[in-house]
Design a protein around this ligand. Structure first.
Ligand code: RP5
Length: 172
């Protein structure tokens, strides 16, 4: 546990309900790679592998994970159920999947958690933001990572300012 995409000492666990979620969830993996954050990635289905889900959540902390990113679509119970079984922060990624009506079903299934069991829910399909948020959580106790996140934000600002400048010049 888990049995795929294992690296040494992962601190972030990326899980998803189906391999069909991977094309969305790989954005979380990509941004964590950019920040050199070690992660593991596998499939855990709340409905189709409930025992695996319980085992994953109950062993996550002792295996060294600090944050879990869980993506699912439709009746998206994976992030909430994982959050019910661990005190690690859980970031939920609602996915517009083949069994989603329009994506709202996934969003609301993950967002509308009962008091006492929070899931930090990002926007529909926003796995990249889930990865950034996981890095920010880890950055609280990692100065180097925190600096890299700061640079990331500065670069974003510069990109937007460059675009703003370009629009002005193009319009002259
Ligand atoms: C959810 O059902 C999964 O997270 C996925 O988003 C969706 C569809 O799964 P597949 O039918 O493609 O396996 O549990």
């Amino acid at each position: 546990m888990p049995d795929s995409k294992q690296v040494k000492h992962p601190v972030v666990g990326i899980i998803m309900g189906s391999d069909s979620d991977l094309e969305i969830m790989e954005a979380a993996a990509a941004i964590l790679k950019t920040f050199e954050v070690a992660f593991e990635l596998t499939i855990v289905s709340a409905h189709r592998t409930p025992k695996r889900m319980v085992e994953y959540a109950l062993t996550a902390k002792q295996r060294g994970l600090k944050v879990i990113i869980a993506g699912a679509g439709g009746a998206a119970h994976l992030p909430g159920m994982i959050a019910s079984l661990t005190t690690l922060p859980v970031i939920g990624v609602p996915i517009k999947s083949s069994n989603s009506l329009d994506g709202w079903d996934s969003v609301l299934s993950i967002l509308q958690m009962p008091n006492g069991v929070p899931v930090a829910t990002v926007a529909l399909n926003a796995a990249k933001n889930a990865g950034i948020l996981a890095a920010e959580i880890l950055g609280i106790s990692d100065d180097k990572l925190s600096e890299e996140l700061s640079d990331f934000k500065k670069n974003m600002e510069k990109t937007v300012l460059d675009k703003a400048e370009k629009i002005r010049l193009d319009q002259l």
